[in-house]
Write a protein that binds this ligand. Sequence first.
Ligand code: IMP
Length: 193
Amino acid sequence: MKNLLFFSSNKNKVSEVKKLFKGSGIKLYSLDDFEKIKEPKETGATFVENAKIKSLFGYKFFKIPCFANDSGICINALHDKPGVKSKRFFSKFLSKKNTFNYIINKTKESKNKAAYFKTSICLTLNEGEHIIFEGKINGTISNFPLGKNGFGYDPIFIPNGQNKTYGQMTQTQKNTLSHRSLAINKLLGFVIS
Ligand code: IMP
């Protein structure tokens, strides 16, 4: 397999994933390499279902092997929410800062800072052949948003065993341990072997 499409146009995410593919011998495309398309709605109840909706759509539309990821943060003090609704959760608040404050206050009220990030990747090789790869990382919610790197919830998530948020890490550091890199490395092991 020489060509592979990563069904995403999120610049941060595409850049993280392209770094992981360096030296693999695989030409990795993303949605930014093509004319803008209308992406399918993420109507699944789980990360796997949403990843499959996107990878199957990408495979059918572009006719090349395609993978998509669906990920999110699950916060103990919010009963594992926002989870699959991580992207939409931001729109409930006036700003990113307000979203972070809400989460941080909830973790303080409940004296429970535990959280995890999860990624599910679906690789679609043809219409009936889907392979799932997963990555999960446990951590805690920081007392304040810290760091300007990355995207989404990066400034408030400290992976266990680390003293920095994802937002304080370089992309290379984040890639050594992140939920997404764990899943992508499993995918790479499969496609290269
Ligand atoms: P997606 O399914 O990978 O597009 O992720 C959905 C949402 O989860 C994103 O819009 C982010 O808000 C959040 N998210 C997923 N992965 C990360 C990450 O690595 N860092 C921070 N936020 C993330």
